[in-house]
Write a new protein. Sequence first.
Length: 118
Amino acid sequence: VQLQASGGGLVQAGGSLKLSCAASGRTFRRDVVGWFRQAPGKERVFVATIWRSGKTYYSDSVKGRFAISRDFAKNTVDLQMNNLKPEDTGIYYCNYAAVVGLNWSEFWGQGTLVTVSS
């Protein structure tokens, strides 16, 4: 599975951005796609995830401001980010995890940079 993240950029606080993760290659029936953020000098942290069933989960810091969605026809997962804050700054990575055989496997995209100015 290859993942291509796009949509990052520079935005003022209070603004919006939409990230997109395009998957190519084989996908699996039991899978979940998520977005993670890595701020400068910090560890990568969970932002949002969406299961194949449509169930979504968000970190407390983005709940109510971000929305994750999936388009099976296009094989993409989008992250709509509204009311952005400077603390949302970082490289956003797309993650795809699936049951392959009997085990979970995961794949990462290359990341897209989001910078929120105050």
